[in-house]
Each structure stands twice: as C-alpha cells, then as structure tokens.
Design a protein around this ligand. Sequence first.
Ligand code: IDP
Ligand code: MG
Length: 167
Amino acid sequence: MAIEQTLILIKPDGLAKSLTGNIITRLSEAKLEIAASKCIRVPRQLAENHYKSLQDKPFFEELIGYIQGKYHSRKKVLAMVYYGEGAIQKVRELSGKTNPEEADSISIRGQYGRITTKGVYENVIHASSSPEEAEREIKLWFQPDDIIFDIYPTKNITEQTTKKVWA
Ligand code: IDP
Ligand code: MG
C-alpha cells in the first residue's frame, strides 16, 4: 500500500455534539499519524471551493451553510491531515458511507450521523476520497509549513506581506 495523506474534517455537528475525542479514538484504529491539525472558522469561499464538485446539487446551499456551522453552536471545523500506509481508504472505511442511514452502524457516520429535516446528511466527518482529491483538499486547507511531512513539492517565494504577530 502507498504512503498517503488524507484530509479529515470534524464538521460543526461533530464539534457541537462533543464528539472530537470519540472520533479521534475511532481513527486511531487505522494506526496512522497526525501530520497537521487546526481549528478554523470556514470562510464561504473555502467552503465553496472544498465542495466545488457538488455545486450543481440541490443541497449545495445547505451544505455550504452546514460546513460553515450556520446550523450549529460551533461555527468551526477541526481540520487534520493523517499520514500513513493506505491512509485514504482506511479513513474512508472507518468513516462509513456518505448517507448516515446507509453507513455501517458501527462506522463513525453510522454511529453519530443523522439526516436533517432539510435533507442534509450531517455525517460529522469529512474524509478525502482519492489521492487526487486528498492533494487538492489538503492544499486548500493547509500551507506547507503546517504539515509535518513533505509529500507534495514546494517552492520558496519572497514577498512583502502584512501579517498578525504577537504584540
Ligand atoms: P463524502 O463526504 O462521503 O465524500 P460527497 O458526495 O463528497 O460525500 O458529499 C459531500 C457531503 O455532502 C457529504 O458528506 C454530505 O454531508 C453531503 N451530501 C452528499 N450527498 C448528499 C445528498 O444526497 N443529500 C444531502 N447531503 C448530501
Ligand atoms: Mg467527497
């Protein structure tokens, strides 16, 4: 099996239901390594870009609201990169099917997901579905210096920017 990286998001419903510990415990069964993590308020543009391939679906607008935390008391996600052999498939298997009602009942989505009255699948976790998607998604959510391992090529640029530092 190939050494891979995969993007995991604990979605706002997972955070609002205090499931972070439970989900990370389940993920530890895959014996992968955490390579990056951060808590982030999701800007609309990042949400749209992340779910770009679903932009024509009837549930797109609700999906964008969902990942931005509009329907939950936690308006953020916990984004992580997991690293290791066969990481993408291992995390998909532990997560379970997209539709939480079809997901294996002991998978993360089967255990903790639900379908809202508006029809959104609130399935508590996102996991990349292929190496191409993982690369695209990881590069959206993280910068090279946020990640412990160098999997994707990087380059150095010099620029003058204004940024926030500790006062
Ligand atoms: P995945 O998360 O299992 O990769 P995708 O098809 O990439 O599934 O869909 C992204 C997210 O959009 C899902 O996790 C779920 O929250 C939501 N979603 C997908 N399909 C549907 C649907 O048919 N109805 C409602 N929500 C959906
Ligand atoms: Mg997907």
